[in-house]
Design a binder for this molecule. Structure first.
Ligand SMILES: Cc1cc2nc3c(=O)[nH]c(=O)nc-3n(C[C@H](O)[C@H](O)[C@H](O)COP(=O)(O)O)c2cc1C
Length: 393
């Protein structure tokens, strides 16, 4: 989602400057083009050379520099950016931005900047809680400038409290919605993901190889596009974007209860979870002993069909999408499941996708059947969202 985006990082003079190097590295790894502006105080903590080496670009530090101003001055810098991140945003920078003071390159550029802006403050907790900083943060928030953090914990000065620079990964996550059209704003999506696990005894489980990766990617992508998203996550499902509300479950019964509860007023429900078809008729609270047993018959009973139950709800989501993993006749089976489960679309895919990085399949509705070819699960997730958005509401 960051590929080709132009991100300007404003770096303030706080002790957390060294952690911004990791932020720059992550952005570049994600395919963004990064330029850095450092305040004079920032240069006291870390040399501009660090950021020049990371970005491969000149680091901008001076407002009154003839060469820089001729090549890419404060006006062009601001217009170049798709988004601006200031990290660490010092108490001093917050004050200068709040009052429109333009006395160095960064703050002068910010007077010109119209791109979405994210401030990541970092300072001693007394500075963060001071009346002046409170007022400045409020003024900037009112102007539509977004904040990430600061987080609570051990501060560089050795004290405990609120004022730590947010983790670089969290700053990148917070940046994504600012660079993405909010096409799913005001929508509520519920997505289930991962395997379920049915307990037999205190240590043994009936489960499957699903990774939950695709469900987590779908949840993240929908949240970044502005939807309010709940992810009903089976064991081992990876973390989704911090905007996603995660509900952990283990068994199919727990997953069903969480899905029914959250899907009540949702617009879209997507069932990516590989729900165990069966569970044990009889379960044991302790660990079963093997003793000399040579063979054993165990009775299994069918689990509920979660997506069919959601599709049959009295106030069902407008769009209910199921996934079907098959080893052959993918679209044929998908078509028969459409009616049987009462869903609006099925994403048919091959069982080979399960637990792997591979992706691809078919989007099957009553009217059409479209192949989805993707190089990655991320691209697969984005194409599925596109198809869902094209469904009639
Ligand atoms: C060792 C040291 C650490 C500092 N750390 C911070 C900090 O974490 N956050 C902050 O807001 N100011 C911090 N300051 C104060 C700023 O460096 C000072 O306010 C400076 O004027 C900020 O300049 P700038 O906002 O132009 O970068 C620190 C100062 C020193 C000497």
């Amino acid at each position: 989602m960051l590929a080709g985006k132009r991100i300007l990082i404003g770096i303030g003079g706080g002790i957390a400057v060294y952690r911004v190097a990791e932020l720059v590295r992550l952005l570049i790894k994600a395919g963004a083009e990064v330029r850095c502006v450092m305040t004079r105080s920032a240069c006291q903590f870390v040399s501009p050379l660090t950021f020049e080496a990371l970005t491969g670009k000149e680091v901008h530090t001076e407002l009154f520099d003839l060469t820089t101003e001729r090549n890419m001055g404060h006006i062009q810098l601001a217009r170049w950016a798709d988004a601006v991140v200031i990290a660490p945003a010092t108490a001093n920078i917050l004050a200068r931005l709040a009052y429109g003071i333009a006395d160095d390159l960064l703050t002068t550029m910010m007077q010109v900047n119209k791109a979405p802006t994210l401030l990541a403050p970092a300072m001693n907790s007394s500075m963060w809680e001071s009346d002046a900083t409170r007022r400045n943060v409020e003024a900037l928030t009112t102007r539509g400038i977004r904040f990430i953090g600061p987080e609570s914990g051990q501060l560089a000065c050795g004290e405990e409290g609120s004022g730590r620079l947010s983790e670089p990964e969290n700053i990148v996550s917070a940046l994504l919605p600012l660079l993405t059209e909010q096409t799913l704003q005001d929508q509520r999506w519920v997505i289930n993901a991962g395997p379920t696990a049915e307990a037999w005894d205190a240590v043994r489980l009936l489960t499957n190889r699903a990774s939950g990766k695709l469900g987590a990617l779908l949840a993240s992508a929908a949240a970044v596009m502005g939807a309010e998203v709940a992810l009903i996550a089976g064991p081992g499902t990876p973390d989704a974007h911090p905007l996603v509300k995660r509900i952990n479950v283990t068994s199919a019964d727990e997953m069903l209860a969480a899905c029914i509860d959250t899907a009540k007023d949702a617009n879209t429900f997507i069932a990516t979870a590989a729900v165990s078809d069966f569970r044990f008729q009889e379960t044991h609270s302790g660990k079963l002993k093997r003793n000399d047993t040579k063979s054993m018959n165990v009775e299994l009973i069918a689990n509920p069909d979660i997506v069919a139950e959601v599709a049959a709800m009295y106030q069902r989501p407008s769009h209910v999408i199921a996934f079907a993993a098959e080893s052959s006749n993918h679209t044929g089976y998908a078509r028969s499941k459409l009616e049987q489960k009462g869903v609006d679309a099925i994403v048919a895919n091959d069982i080979g996708n399960m637990g792997s990085e591979r992706a691809g399949g078919w989007w099957v509705t009553a009217e059409r059947e479209v192949p989805i070819d993707s190089e990655s699960k991320q691209a697969f997730a984005e194409q599925i969202i596109q198809h869902i958005m094209e469904l009639e509401s």
